[in-house]
Design a protein around this ligand. Sequence first.
Ligand code: PMP
Length: 423
Amino acid sequence: AQASLAGGISSSSRATSAGPHPYPLYIESGSGSRIRDVDGNEYIDYLISYGSAVLGHASPHLTEALTGVLRTGTMFGTCNTLEVELAELIRDMVPCAELVRFANSGSEAVQGAVRAARGHTGRSKILKFEGHYHGWTDTLAVSNRPTAVEAGPDTAPVPVPHSPGIPAGVVDDVVVCQWNDPTALRTALDAHGRELAAVVCEPIVANNACTMPQPGYLDLLRKECTARGIVLVFDEVCTGFRTGPGGAQGMFGVVPDLAVFSKALGGGLPIAAFAGRREVLESVAEGRVRHGGTYNASPLCAAAALATLRRLNRPEVVTHLRESGERVMEAIRRAAHDRRVPCAVQGVGAMFQAVFTPDGAPTRRYRDLLGADQARHDTFRHELFRRGIHTNAYGLACWFVPASITGAELDSTCEAVEAAFAA
Ligand code: PMP
């Protein structure tokens, strides 16, 4: 198997001006934890479609579920039984989920949660954090990855839109705050608290180096939001169901008012959900706040989600995901340590990232990444790719471990890590 991995970097897979290496990369097929490009090169896949194909590619669990639906009808335009079953399963798995609504993508579901928060509170402002990503909708796309200049002085909050191309005025309702900084949070809340409908965050910052919450920080968010009548939204598009049945809220024991799910939820099919407190979501349930969409929880996607969640709800699958990722994390730590390369390996087993911070200290805020060695990170990723390991090529979004990963694939991965550091 090792011999067939990345049998050679072909012309179609080389870095080009069209994008960062290894793109363009044309994939022909996938099976389990592997993808195969048009030139026949195979890679062990730690991108898994940005975390979506959590059971692996062409998973038999999904194939079986989807085939059944193809025989019984894929769209009805009214409530279907699979949708109800899925909502009930989400309610059972996720601590905050009293009511559930569906959408087709993470961006839409975040938008739905924000709308519900605005409807519930009657306020309009949203507070988000530097370096957290919540999709492509105008409002919450701002300030995902500010440059050092845009990030500005070391004070908060930053009520400034950063996304080029969004007209002034469209994003006025967003306040951007630094993550993991209680003082910055209190300053922002004191300035804007009365007008804030929601505080939205990625509990583990999957989109920027898997920065972990400092101990007590999520509790602080919970406490402050409760005291000020602000809806706390965890964007669990990446953490949801992957880090355990209850997602990040289950892992950290902090229950938000609303949470957003996608990616691992559908196992590779386009489905998303926002779920949470009855009181907040009742405005949507009663139709006072509009939420809709032709394809929301279509039978095909609902069936894929049910099959995926039933797997991710099994203790042995949870353990396998965690332990597999921890093995790779440990291999990176060891290789870096042996060569005295400062490197922070952070996150949790099922999702993690290696960052070359100057002193190897874990990142705490987005700004810490501005001082990390991105060129070295790119080199590491390229060397892995040459050895048949496919990871995310854009920025510092994390490695996602497929549940299909085998012991032999983990061995190959750890060998590739060692060889990449040697190179
Ligand atoms: N929130 C988070 C945390 C995400 O990682 C993403 C996608 N990377 C989104 C929202 C948006 O999801 P989608 O791409 O499905 O619109």
